[in-house]
Structures are given as structure tokens and as C-alpha cells.
Design a protein around this ligand. Sequence first.
Ligand SMILES: [Zn+2]
Length: 249
Amino acid sequence: MSVITSTWVERDGLLRSPLLERYRVIAGFTTRAQGSMAGSVFPLDEQARNRDVLARRLGFDAVARVRQVHGSTVLRVDRAVEPWPEGDALWTDQRGVLLGVAAADCVPILVADPASGRIGAAHAGWQGTRLRVAQALVRAMVGAGSRASGIVASIGPSIGPCCYTIDRARADLVRASGQESYLSDAPGGAAVFDLWSANVAQLRDLGVESIEVSRICTRSGGHDLWSYRGRDPDGRYGTQLGFIGRLGT
Ligand SMILES: [Zn+2]
């Protein structure tokens, strides 16, 4: 069991996962340099173009997306389809498919099973973490034949415990999910929710042994990242994309 806290490496305006790249997987997170990839603030056609440019630049045709609803539904997605199916995690065993999850504080969780070639991605904010979407993703891959101990996982840039407080009502829901050990008291009944540690624990509890945490906070990380909590005074913020894919056909 190893939890690696190597900071992701920024290369050509993209943050890359050192752990997943070791397994010849294209995996990382966009920055503001590529423009907004999702969300309702920037024009949809502009964001679709940004995703296409990203996919082509990385050697793929398109980004396979899902319509994220802060749930725990996992979908097998072997190609980019429209309209996007509803879910918050997706996986494939196909080469040539670039999976993408949108996040602007929520946690992008990228996983790969090098033995089988299965890869996956999940989007986990406080709700997805409460609902254990990361575990749902690993279970789906295990159900398809992967061994959990062979899966390597990376927790990408997202809001860290340095910055993330939730109100009492949300904290109560997290407590009810049995994850109170990742909450700490904040003034006024609020709580700091350590999304990184909670998701590491979820993966570890299922037997995932190799887990990397980028420890880059979207709110305060000093990288050129958008943050929902750190949005501009006029409410504008963009959304990054966590991506993972294997080249080839
Ligand atoms: Zn922070």
C-alpha cells in the first residue's frame, strides 16, 4: 500500500499524473491555458471546441463525456456519444478513447488497471464523495475482471482541506455516510471536509494499493486553475477537465 504525494507536473499548460504516465497512460488535468472545458458560464460551442483541440493535441478524436449530476452512477463508455449519458464515473477497456470528467474544485479521480488496460475517471465533490463514487468506479472495473490491488489511482487537482468548508447540513450528511473522520470542526457549525483523504480511504478500503494524491488545491494552489469557490466577483469561473486515455486503436 503506498500513498504517493508527488505533485503533478505541468507540461505545456497541462498538469500530468506522474504515476499514471509511468503506465503509459495519458492522464492529467487541464489548466486555464486550454480554456474552459465545461459548465454554464462560458459558451457551449467554445467549450466543445476547447475539448476537441485538447483531444486532438493528445492524439485522440474526441473527449468522451458524461452529464455529471453529483451522483454515483458508473457508465461503461467506449466512445464519445451525444447526448452525454448521465453519470459521474466512466470507464473503458478500449484504446483510443479519451475519458473526461469536468471539475472546478470537485475531485477528479483517474484510475488504470495496467494488466487489463481498463481505465476510468470519476467526479467527486462532497456529494460524490458522500455517495462513494470512487468505490463505485473501482467496483465496476472489478466486476469486469480487474483486481482491485492491480488498479493504480490518482487524485487530481481539486479543493483541498486548506480551503474546503461545508455547512452543518452537508456535514451531517457526510457524517451519516460514515465518513466523519474526514471532517474537522470549523466556526459556526461548519466543517472542513478533507475530500482527498476521504477518497484515498475509499480506494484503500477496496484494496487499491497504489494511490497518488496531487495535493494541488484549485482554490489556493498557485497554479493557473479555475475554482468554483474562488470564482471572480462577477461569478465567472471556468471548468477544467480531468482526462485519461490510452493511445492506439
Ligand atoms: Zn487550498
